[in-house]
Design a protein around this ligand. Sequence first.
Ligand SMILES: [Zn+2]
Ligand SMILES: [Zn+2]
Length: 265
Amino acid sequence: MIMLIDSHAHLDMPHFDADRDAVIARAREAGVVAILTLGVDGISSRCAVALAQQYEGVFAAVGIHPHEAQHATPEDYKTLMGLARTRETNRIIAWGEIGLDYHYDHSPRDVQRREFRRQLRMARELDLPVCIHSREAHDDVLTILDEEKAVEVGVVMHCFSGDEQVARRCLDLGFYISFAGPVTFTNARKLPAVVTLVPDDRLLIETDAPYLSPHPWRGREHRNEPARVAIIAARLAELRGVASEVVGQRATENFQTLFKVPSAG
Ligand SMILES: [Zn+2]
Ligand SMILES: [Zn+2]
């Protein structure tokens, strides 16, 4: 039986309200032993914690997404810090998702950078690894992560979208690289080369569910779900010339190492 993890999902989203139990059950049947569900603002971070308390194998991350950066209030941060200070009860294993998104620019870039740095400092204070969203902002993201010494708590670049050069810089800085649905897209040009570049001990896999459905579900079925991380593992295995089980095993071990969770299988 293959062992898998989903290092990045948003189980709190309303897309799952009608059948969340079944979605999580399907993930377990597919071999997924752990799912990290991440907050994007104060409310979804609280929901992530509630889900982690409700479902075995589900863990929470709290944080403010760059899209929401300009709406974050001191109250939000107080709540997140409070939740994270009692991380065992709240089953919080990471801070995120945080980062910079210069594609959508939903928040002004200077505000995004300010809130990103603020949260990296909080994560360091709490000694929590960080889950990073970087879209068309790799230079600034890597500079800030480096300056804020984020590697000391552990870093994963979620849904990696950079080229080989960016990947090399991330690896040099000591970060993990996580691949999602886009690696399966038939028009994924740069990603296959990046996949073969990442060593076994830095590799993670994720769905970013309900977003980013992998091929062949892209477009056909809009909603993605954690069980489909098996498709990501199979694609990575194909590109790396190993069995899916090997990718699943490595990703599971890396998940346990980075997030300091006891052996989930
Ligand atoms: Zn993201
Ligand atoms: Zn996400």
